[in-house]
Write a protein that binds this ligand. Structure first.
Ligand SMILES: [Zn+2]
Length: 261
């Protein structure tokens, strides 16, 4: 099993040690938030063979300098054969809701640069784009004919859900599937072949996960819930979801590269 989306660099060192010591899953896609985060994630991937690094700039923060984005794109260029994806990138849905005066165009321009980079290096792209932002992201992906797109923790209306399915874009489900009706409906609607499981750790969860440090092992519970909602055996869902993640991120190929170094 593979946690399809985690911010491993955001854990305190002691927490991270605990996380790794208790690990029951086989791997994790570690996304980055900004330039410093890319460098930390890269270090973690060198240290732990089960950490697959993705480089990007998270949209839910104040705008960066042009130089910072240039440097991240430069890092992607240098390491494009070793990184697993470009991410986390996207659009600032939650920040914009807090601050309606925010200029979305600048964020869109940044996202487009990462989309271009994903196209250039044939890397999957990990998107933070929910509700109406998912529509804008879809427009961009279609413009550049991007096939390997992963909308992590996706939320959106029926029309957008249908559009994602038509485009064969992947989504990933977090532990909130245990208590969010909207996510439960999405799981029922979305084809299992396009679903992965993630934690977005260290982001904390509620319900049965209240007051627990978010751990990649929580995807075991995510898979159980997906199986229950889809009325399928848990083992079958586990096999399919794991396979989806391995195929989408071409993990075997990346492992070979890691071993041959
Ligand atoms: Zn994230």
């Amino acid at each position: 099993m593979i946690d399809a989306h985690i911010h491993l660099d955001w854990y305190q060192p002691a927490e991270r040690e605990q996380l790794i010591n208790r690990l029951e899953v086989n791997g994790m896609i570690a996304v980055s938030n900004h330039l410093k985060s890319c460098k930390e994630v890269w270090q973690l991937a060198q240290q732990y063979p089960f950490v697959y690094p993705a480089f990007g700039w998270h949209p839910e923060q104040p705008l960066p300098s042009d130089q910072e984005i240039d440097q991240i794109l430069q890092l992607i260029e240098e390491k494009h054969q070793e990184i697993i994806a470009i991410g986390e990138v996207g659009l600032p849905y939650y920040t914009q809701r807090e601050d309606p005066s925010l200029d979305p165009t600048a964020y869109r321009i940044i996202l487009e640069r990462f989309v271009q980079s994903a196209k250039q290096y044939d890397l999957p792209i990990v998107l933070h784009a929910v509700y109406q932002d998912a529509v804008i992201a879809c427009d961009l992906l279609e413009d550049y004919q991007i096939q390997r797109a992963h909308f992590h923790w996706f939320k959106g209306d029926q029309q957008t859900i249908n559009r994602l399915i038509d485009n064969q874009y992947m989504i990933s489900i977090t532990p909130d599937c245990w208590y969010e009706k909207e996510i439960q409906a999405l799981i029922k609607r979305y084809p299992l072949e396009l679903i992965m499981a993630e934690t977005d750790g260290p982001w904390p969860f509620e319900g049965p996960f209240q007051d627990q440090m978010t751990h990649p092992n929580m995807i075991i519970e995510v898979i159980k819930k997906i199986a229950a909602l889809k009325q399928l055996p848990a083992e079958e869902v586990q096999r399919q979801v794991t396979n989806n993640t391995i195929e989408f991120y071409r993990i075997h190929e990346k492992n070979k590269q890691k071993w041959s170094e």
